[in-house]
Design a protein around this ligand. Structure first.
Ligand code: NAP
Length: 449
């Protein structure tokens, strides 16, 4: 019988576990899903925006997998800490599937990026998602103008949360501390800025459209940005998704400006950040160079510059994988080298260690993309099953016992259910629905760890 560890309980980890226990090729596989946090679901819990309740409800599907009789959850277990190396894990399990995602943000590499008030969108997302590593007092939102750099879906998420009134977010699970800050927010203008054109933006149309449907905000586009994009005048050659994006942006450009809404989302294009400008150590503006298409899908600078006022700058220019000591890592792509999901060490794919999700293919795609990705990896693992079964699991000990001997305090599924119950209780006490607990002692206390 194969004993497999899946490291990471986000979508890719849970889909890998599901593929392992639902297949019939190798019967009886048992899976432990390990997570650094005491809570499961990865970015579905800590990345999907709180007002995207339909996507958040995916947790119910993931829950079904984690409650499968041959799946165990071991939260509060950090691989890489306390001597729990990849090598040690291979002593406890026949195979390990790493589904650790892409934990960091990419940097811009421009002067001023680290000024006070200039932060990664991922930090902002962690803050409003009640991630226990985020500082609840991390954001004050005392500026009138914010700049979001990047035009992907993360940029859309953070721009939307900044532009929504706290009242609109109260029915969600946003932590009370963030809701208070959003309630007092002075932000009125959110500038979301792309270095290329609207036809090349990475956001998806559904997410883009949503920006135009908020009761307290309106979208403003600059016609002078749009004319630079040749595909804007003639979108016929574009892929369907980009063509739809262009149509939505065109609708905003053509429409009469809506009166009333107190907040504005300025959608800007063909501006690349060259400096985050500060005064007294705090960000006050972002300096952009105007770009133009280079004819090959990219842009070149024009030598013209523009400054946009900003008391808050959020970099939403993509995630980046981080190396895990003891596992190979390709720094250029931020991924673990692999062949069809098998980790490649010293040029050869070996049975025993696998990857799935963003650490395998980079931080792209929607949640559903992880399902076929995990299936490919599991197919490789199953093809190796005979070899894996011959490999003796060195330590004849229950993994949980071994983890406790390392000084870890794993949170099992009932512990997580207690956290859920505590969050529902907290919500009720505040006259709201479930409200997330956002600190380590609170989570571990609720789990009874
Ligand atoms: P992304 O889709 O890769 O977008 C990154 C954006 O940053 C692009 O506009 C990119 O422009 C820009 N950028 C990169 N480097 C830059 C630089 N040096 N200067 C200026 N701009 C720069 O990344 P993401 O928004 O972090 O999203 C990650 C993945 O999660 C995506 O697959 C996304 O769809 C998914 N996601 C989905 C949802 C949802 O479905 N609701 C929500 C959040 C995230 P270029 O194109 O010019 O490189």
């Amino acid at each position: 019988m194969l004993r497999v560890a899946v490291v990471g309980s986000g979508p890719s980890g849970v889909y890998a576990a599901q593929a392992l226990v639902e297949q019939t090729l190798v019967p009886g596989v048992r899976v432990d899903v390990l997570d650094r946090l005491p809570c499961p679901y990865g970015l579905v819990r800590y990345g999907v925006a709180p007002d995207h309740e339909k996507i958040k409800s995916l947790q119910n599907n993931l829950r079904g997998v984690l409650e499968h009789e041959r799946v165990g959850f071991l939260g509060n277990v950090e691989v890489g800490a306390r001597g729990l190396t990849p090598e040690r894990l291979l002593g406890l399990y026949h195979a390990v599937v790493y589904c650790v995602g892409a934990a960091r943000d990419r940097k811009l590499g421009v002067p001023g990026e680290d000024l006070v008030g200039s932060v990664s969108a991922t930090d902002f997302v962690s803050w409003y998602s009640a991630h226990p590593d985020a500082d609840p007092a991390g954001f004050a939102l005392g500026a009138r103008s914010a700049v979001v750099i990047g035009v992907g879906n993360v940029a859309v998420d953070v721009a939307r949360v900044l532009a929504r009134g706290a009242g609109e977010l109260r029915p969600t699970d946003v932590p009370e501390s963030a809701l208070d800050v959003l309630d007092r927010s002075l932000v009125r203008d959110v500038h979301m800025v792309g270095r290329r054109g609207p036809s090349q933006a990475k956001f998806t149309t559904k997410e883009l459209r949503e920006l135009g449907s908020m009761p307290a905000a309106r979208v403003v586009v600059e016609p002078s940005d749009l004319v630079l994009d040749p595909a804007f005048a003639d979108p016929s050659g574009l892929a369907a998704a980009s063509r739809r994006n262009v149509e939505v942006v065109r609708g905003w450009a053509d429409g009469a400006p809506a009166d009333g809404p107190e907040r504005r989302i300025h959608l800007r294009f063909f501006l690349r950040p060259v400096e985050v400008v500060g005064e007294g150590g705090r960000v006050v503006a972002v300096r952009f160079e105007r770009t133009e298409p280079d004819g090959a899908g990219g842009v070149r600078g024009t030598g013209a510059y523009e400054e946009v006022e900003a008391g808050l700058v959020l970099r939403a220019v993509g995630y980046r994988g981080v190396p895990l000591a003891g596992l190979p890592f390709d720094a250029a792509s931020g991924t673990v080298p692999h062949l069809a999901g098998r980790v490649v060490r010293a040029g050869a794919a070996s049975a025993g260690e696998y990857v799935a999700g963003w650490i395998k293919r980079g931080p792209t795609g929607v949640i559903g993309t992880n399902r076929p990705c995990a299936k490919e990896t599991v197919a490789s693992l199953l093809a190796d099953a005979e070899e894996l079964a011959r490999r003796p699991v060195v330590e004849d000990v229950e993994p949980e016992v071994a983890l406790r001997e390392l000084g870890m305090r794993p949170v099992r599924w009932p512990g997580w259910l207690s956290i859920e119950e505590a969050e529902a209780h907290l919500g009720r006490s505040l006259g709201r629905r479930t409200v997330k607990i956002g600190d380590w002692p609170g989570l571990l206390g609720a789990a009874g760890a």
